[in-house]
Design a protein around this ligand. Structure first.
Ligand code: XMP
Length: 606
């Protein structure tokens, strides 16, 4: 059967693939195309969407793509960088500036095919450095955005030319935080391009099982099973394709797991009937040895990823499993954040995308049956494959585990740029009646599709939740060099916070494990666990007022696909309990609540 299809041109933005997924959820086939693909490759599509990019349109970066697509009589819709490219192509201008991250209000101007059925003002999601400053002949301004009360209106946030069938929006309709983004995409796919919906999850399963059979052939698969949703669903799918006899599972206890986690995972996999060929390996000594002395986040991630490959090879040899492929439950964000598509930036290297694994992939030795899905789709697929709900709705836990939640430091103060940052941070906080300090360490974030490694800010003050979020948004907008906002849950505003020398050790991991256990237990008891996406607990090597060695951070977030996230509000009673319990842990002197959206932060700190 041939399907109506939309082409998504991947300029390397963090969300290009998400656009394709959102279209497939409308039961319309969407395919990713490269910007330099020949014009003929585009002729069969009913519409073209141009994605965002880590490049800057104002500087003419990435401008050598195939522009002949604009001569095709096919509707084209650009998002972010794509929007700027459409503006420039048809006589408009783009300037560097007007950067925005996170939520904004879109005021819709006049009638247009892409905004049909939407209200006069809609909540949208921004992440950009450049802005459209004028449009060419025949183009109309279709929307203007504002971020909170204090910002200048952002003109030309949506533009279009109904005759040419060309539209652009500065925001990202594909992310879940653009509340009616799917309707905007549906208006384009159905209303403008006239697609007929014919693409379903049943077809996905049939096609995937068939593809796995061809790929595995007569070999066997040795699958790394963390006990999380992704590897469990991957195991089920591979089992369906090759039969249980040729699927072996390896659970590696890397010493970076939660309290009691490895035992619980083994029990769960046995309960699912996957126990016959399950091997559990305690490799915690090897992982700790690989991490000894490391501080830099990407170096830690590389060490953890390599230790997984070594554990895998060692166990395969010990068990005498031959002619095997490495099975992994990799999902799409792992690939895109690792810079795994041609033009994307490396935000962070996921454990299943380290060079040793990429080398095995190049040799055709890796099977990843769900590598183009997002978590919500994996969960939907898992339900279809009969995996119990409580397993499917577990919080995601990263492959490198607590290793990326235990920040390390040489102990040297990192105050570069503080002369400028500190007064700006204090001024923004003062506008809200709070006080704030930049912290002398860094954490990983993502801004306009690029990795950032910048300072968090610690704010102290008794503001209601919504005001905290507004303060955080104002900080990100007004102060360059800041990518995270922490709310102080300690008893008073600290006078002095200094980094302490710290690396990954069993003793520190035990402190973090204990804090994490208190948090997870509290979330369950207060009925919050199932209402949020995830709540990492993070340990920072910071000493507060000379009182102790560590600072604990709670990072509760709402998300659907982990490509964007919003901070989740926790009940006051839970925060009170955690304040008492966590601050009583030996060696802990501070507690903070992360109120950062993604972007400009990421969910994990490293
Ligand atoms: P970030 O921190 O990039 O995380 O916003 C997005 C989601 O991915 C999880 N995560 C990982 N998962 N291997 C994984 O399997 C990894 O290396 C990894 N790093 C982050 C993270 O917990 C969140 O759900």
């Amino acid at each position: 059967m041939s399907h109506d299809a939309i082409a998504v041109v991947d300029f390397g933005g963090q969300y290009a693939h998400l656009i394709a997924t959102k279209i497939r959820r409308l039961h319309v086939l969407a395919e990713i195309r490269q910007p330099e693909d020949p014009t003929d490759a585009f002729r069969r599509y009913k519409g073209i969407i141009l994605s965002g990019s880590p490049s800057l349109a104002s500087f003419g970066e990435d401008s050598d793509y195939n522009k002949a697509i604009y001569d095709l009589d096919i509707p084209i819709f650009g998002f972010c960088f794509g929007h700027q490219e459409i503006a420039k192509r048809y006589g408009g201008t783009v300037a560097h500036g007007g950067r925005e991250w996170g939520p904004a209000d879109l005021r819709i101007v006049g009638e247009s095919a892409i905004f049909r059925g939407l209200g006069p003002v809609e909540r949208v999601w921004m992440s950009h450095f450049d802005s459209v400053t004028s449009v060419g002949p025949g183009f109309r301004e279709l929307g203007i955005t504002t971020l909170g009360d204090s910002s200048e209106p952002h003109r030309f946030a949506a533009i279009g030319h109904e005759g040419l069938r060309r539209w652009g929006v500065q925001f990202h309709p594909e992310v879940d935080d653009t509340v009616r983004g799917s309707e905007i995409i549906a208006n384009f796919v159905f209303g403008v391009c006239g697609c007929t919906p014919s693409w379903t999850m049943e077809r996905f399963v049939e096609e995937r099982v068939e593809r796995l059979r061809r790929q595995v052939g007569s070999r066997s698969v040795f699958l790394l099973a963390s006990g999380g949703v992704d590897s469990t669903v991957a195991a089920r799918l591979i089992g369906m394709a090759v039969g249980p006899g040729r699927l072996h599972l390896l659970h590696v206890d890397n010493g970076l797991m939660r309290k009691g986690e490895s035992r619980a995972v083994a029990d769960m996999l046995r309960g699912l009937g996957l126990g016959d060929r399950l091997h559990v390996a305690d490799a915690s000594d090897a992982f700790l040895a690989a991490l000894a002395g490391l501080v830099e986040p990407e170096a830690k991630r590389a060490a953890i990823g390599n230790a997984f490959v070594e554990a895998f090879e060692r166990e395969a040899r010990a068990l005498g499993i031959e002619a095997h492929l490495l099975g992994q439950g990799t999902i799409y964000p792992d690939t895109i954040e690792t810079g795994g598509t041609r033009r994307s930036d490396t935000i962070k290297t996921h454990h299943n995308r380290v060079p040793a694994i990429e080398a095995m992939m190049a040799q055709g030795r890796v099977v990843e049956p769900i590598a183009d899905l997002y978590k919500v789709e994996v969960r939907e697929l898992g339900e279809r494959l009969g995996i119990p709900r409580e397993l499917l709705w577990r919080h995601p836990f990263p492959g490198p585990g607590l290793g990326v939640r235990l920040l390390c430091s040489t102990g040297r103060e990192d105050r570069s740029g503080f002369e400028e940052i500190a007064p700006q941070v204090a001024a923004v906080a003062a506008r809200f009646g709070a006080s704030a300090l930049p912290l002398p360490i860094r954490s990983v974030g993502v801004k306009a599709d690029l990795r950032s490694y910048e300072h968090p800010v610690l704010v102290t003050g008794g503001l209601p939740w919504e005001r905290r979020l507004e303060l955080a948004a104002a900080l990100f907008r007004d102060v360059p060099g800041v990518n995270r906002c922490l709310w102080n849950l300690g008893p008073r505003a600290p006078e002095r916070i200094v980094p302490v020398a710290a690396t990954v050790t069993r003793a520190r991991l035990d402190v973090l494990r204990e804090a994490d256990h208190l948090v997870m237990d509290g979330l369950r008891r207060h009925g919050v666990h199932d209402r949020i996406w995830q709540c990492p607990t993070v340990l920072l090597p910071l000493e507060v007022d000379g009182a102790g060695r560590e600072f604990v951070v709670l990072r509760p977030v709402h998300s659907e696909r982990a490509m964007t996230a919003t901070p989740a509000e926790l009940p006051e009673a839970l925060l009170r309990e955690l304040r008492a319990q966590v601050l009583a842990l030996p060696g802990v002197s501070g507690l903070g609540l992360d109120v950062t959206t993604k972007p400009p932060g990421t969910i994990e700190w490293e």
